[in-house]
Design a protein around this ligand. Structure first.
Ligand code: ASP
Ligand code: MG
Length: 431
């Protein structure tokens, strides 16, 4: 069995839904996972925002617009008004939720509606085409345990019995689930990829396909570097390194279930369905540098202290400060008298700096950029680190991260030097 996941833009209009329907009917027996129509989850989040600000009129007006969008899409897709009652009822129920007490239970019910609507549209269209589509409600099998993590054993046990063996296509909602208390919940924003990966693992699928309308994965940023090449193969570890930088292509949470179950993930492009895309699996490819990626808006913090010399427990104290502000650290470099770290969330920067001052002299560099080189970086390989550093001979480098995994070297540079860093690395590594 093949799992096919389509993102919001792939189901963003009647025409796009028809394109997806054509793609999936050509692969009978597949299991299709859909996001909400593009923009819908954001709009639902807006409705929730209005409700928490006690602006009922804002919420109602936004819901009215969203209802009209779904009604007109359904009309164009199906050529009739057969889904109007279903859509209207869904929005009536949402509007009703805005009348009484509004809390996190109501919030999550509202956030779940986009996927419930998009899958209904697809189901009705497929049935109309004579395709025997079975819509399996994710709320009946996609479940979180009491740690808030997906319960793969439960999913495995409950999904298979729901599936009608005579169906041509199975269809379900991405993103949405129930929590351990049975309430409607979700797998966090962007979580439809995660749904696809979990279903793939639960069913022991042949392949998990993530379809987007982004033009595949490149070995460098095509907006900055003129000649980039498509990346045809990555292993899961390389993909995990890149996910932090290229989350637009594959959500980071999607990697783990597929990796453990040994099921390949393929990134495909709906605009170019015949192209081979990028295959991600467990097979290693030795001696190859695959890609360069960058992330802006990075802040570097340095703590220098003579007390660190020969002391133990210094790093723990430093890390505890970041932990207490729920701020995750990305890069770390240490010397005998100092440590530098990077963060991408500066919400508590001034509190963190204030607390760190207890332990030494603190300095901060704003507007930095992590550039990450991914590939087979086993430390025993010769020449890879030196090629990366040779490319940097005219560019100031604030930090270098190497040896944390066997798959990457990271460089911290000024954001203003990002373009020339990417270009220099491209020439040096792929030129
Ligand atoms: N619709 C959800 C979101 O926008 C889930 C997804 O698209 O992956 O976050
Ligand atoms: Mg996505």
């Amino acid at each position: 069995m093949i799992i096919m996941k389509f993102g919001g833009t792939s189901v963003g209009s009647a025409a796009r839904i028809k394109d997806v329907a054509k793609l999936v009917t050509a692969r009978k027996g597949s299991f299709v996972v859909l996001s909400a129509m593009s923009g819908v989850t954001n709009t639902l989040a807006e409705v929730v925002g209005y409700m928490f600000n006690r602006n009922q009129d804002g919420a109602k007006e936004t819901l009215r617009r969203l209802e009209a969008k779904h009604i007109s899409t359904a009309k164009e897709l199906l050529g009739d008004a057969s889904l109007d009652a279903f859509i209207h009822e869904a929005f009536e129920a949402m509007t009703a939720l805005t009348r009484d007490f509004f809390g996190s239970v109501q919030e999550r019910i509202i956030m779940a509606q986009g996927e419930l609507l998009s899958t209904k549209l697809m189901e009705q269209y497929l049935l109309k085409q004579g395709v025997k589509a079975q819509l399996l409600p994710a709320l009946d099998f996609m479940k979180l345990d009491n740690q808030g993590e997906p319960d793969l054993a439960y999913i495995q046990e409950h999904l298979q019995p729901l599936m009608d063996a005579s169906a041509d296509i199975y269809l379900t909602q991405g993103y949405i689930c129930r929590n351990a208390h049975g309430e409607v919940d979700n797998l966090q924003r962007g979580g439809s990829d995660y749904t696809a990966s979990l279903i793939g693992a639960a069913l022991g699928a042949e392949e998990i396909q993530i379809w987007t309308d982004i033009d595949g994965m490149h070995d460098n940023d095509p907006r900055v570097v003129e000649k980039t090449k498509a990346v045809r193969h990555l292993n899961f570890d390389e993909a995990a390194e890149l996910a932090y930088f290229g989350a637009k292509i594959l959500h980071p949470t999607c990697i783990q279930p597929a990796k453990f179950a040994g099921i390949p993930v393929r990134l495909l492009n709906t605009m170019e369905p015949e192209a081979p895309g990028t295959l991600i699996d467990n097979s290693p490819e030795t001696g190859k540098i695959k890609a360069v990626a960058a992330k802006d808006n990075i802040t570097a913090i340095r703590i220098k202290s003579s007390r660190m010399l020969l002391a133990h427990g210094f790093l723990r104290k430093v890390f505890e400060i970041f932990e207490s502000y729920r701020t995750s650290i990305d890069m770390i470099c240490t010397s005998e008298v100092g440590v530098s770290v990077t963060i991408d969330n500066t919400r508590f920067l001034s509190e963190i700096v204030h607390d760190l001052k207890k332990y030494g002299t603190v300095s901060v560099d704003l507007d930095m950029c992590i550039v990450c080189v991914v590939g087979d970086m086993d430390w025993e390989n010769l020449g890879f680190e030196s090629r990366v550093l040779a490319a940097m001979k005219d560019i100031p480098v604030r930090m270098v991260g190497y040896g944390g995994s066997n798959y990457n070297i990271s460089l911290l540079v000024k954001e203003e030097d990002k373009a020339r860093t990417l270009q220099a690395l491209s020439r040096q590594l792929f030129g």
